[in-house]
Ligand binder design. Structure first.
Ligand code: RET
Length: 103
């Protein structure tokens, strides 16, 4: 759901925002995919104490990337979109000023 909705949400965005969204989707896939894979490791006989510790370390890394990394990507998208809005607003102010000057 998230994958396809994120894809649809980017259809009408600028190239720059689309690239940010694409990277966010890849981050989502990589980090969320990690959990079920690690969850299945004991089913393949990987059960030693050091494997359990490695799994917890792996979960922690995935948590940091999935939460902080995702948050940073969303922040970058919000900034890029705000900048574009500001640029668009600035252009329309300039256009209005030019029209007012022509009157
Ligand atoms: C910050 C925490 C996140 C993003 C956690 C994501 C967790 C998953 C995507 C868990 C998925 C699982 C399956 C798809 C099946 C096996 C059991 C889970 C819960 C490991």
């Amino acid at each position: 759901m998230l994958w396809s909705e994120l894809g649809r949400a980017t259809e009408h965005q600028s190239e720059r925002v689309r690239v940010l969204f694409r990277n966010t989707r890849l981050l989502l896939l990589a980090t969320w995919g990690f959990y079920p894979i690690v969850y299945m490791l004991p089913m393949f006989g990987i059960t030693s104490a050091s494997a359990a510790v490695s799994i917890q370390v792996g979960y922690s890394i995935a948590d940091v990337l999935a939460k902080c990394g995702y948050g940073l990507m969303i922040y970058a998208i919000a900034r890029a979109k705000s900048e574009e809005d500001r640029e668009a607003a600035g252009e329309s102010i300039q256009q209005r000023a030019a029209m007012a000057a022509a009157d």
